[in-house]
Design a protein around this ligand. Structure first.
Ligand code: S3P
Length: 174
């Protein structure tokens, strides 16, 4: 099995499956993964929702930038899942190969609503509380995800995460 020679960063909208896929890919590659939201939660000792409630979005975005700088400087050959807004960090493409998990907004809503823990999945995401606003955000970000990506994977074309992970292994280790 060939090993990673750079970081792999998953970008995409909330609910596209970035964290699930990072874990599945790490398993396929016998590698390790990190999640930027989890790092931020550990830094603050609070859940994302609480950080938004208590300190606001702007503060959260500053934490994302700090994490991005740390990743660039200190992390190698690791699979990284990010929050949907992480694409705004300036050094994204310096961290590693960027893979966009592309899905339609309808696909995202369906994926979240049919999840066994749907309520929890939605409740923990402050920017998903209002579907109309979330769709506007999606439309605003779509082209940015495309522009920042080195590779794009249309997640709706696959049966499940394992299938996507296999496709990614081919792509990454090619
Ligand atoms: C956000 C996405 C969330 C989390 C935060 C903000 C965004 O992560 O970082 O609630 O701006 O899209 P997920 O993409 O994992 O839901």
């Amino acid at each position: 099995m060939k090993a990673l020679t750079s970081n792999i960063i998953f970008i995409g909208f909330m609910g596209a499956g970035k964290s699930t896929l990072a874990k599945a890919l790490a398993k396929e590659l016998k590698s390790v993964c990190l999640d930027t939201d989890k790092i931020i939660e550990n830094m603050e000792g609070k859940k994302i929702k609480k950080i938004f409630d208590e300190r606001g979005e702007e503060y959260f975005r500053k934490l994302e930038k700090r994490v991005a700088l740390w990743l660039e400087k200190s992390v190698q050959n690791t699979i990284i899942s990010t929050g949907g807004g992480f694409i705004h960090v300036e050094n994204l493409n310096k961290i590693g190969k960027v893979i966009y998990l592309k899905s339609s907004f309808e696909g995202i809503v369906k994926r979240l609503k049919t999840h066994p823990q749907a309520k929890k999945k939605i409740a923990k995401r402050p920017l998903l509380q209002d579907t109309k606003k979330a769709e506007e955000l999606f439309k605003k970000r779509e082209s940015l995800y495309e522009r920042k990506a080195n590779f794009t994977i249309d997640v709706e074309k696959f049966k499940n995460e394992k299938e996507i992970a296999k496709e990614l292994v081919k792509l990454i280790l090619a």
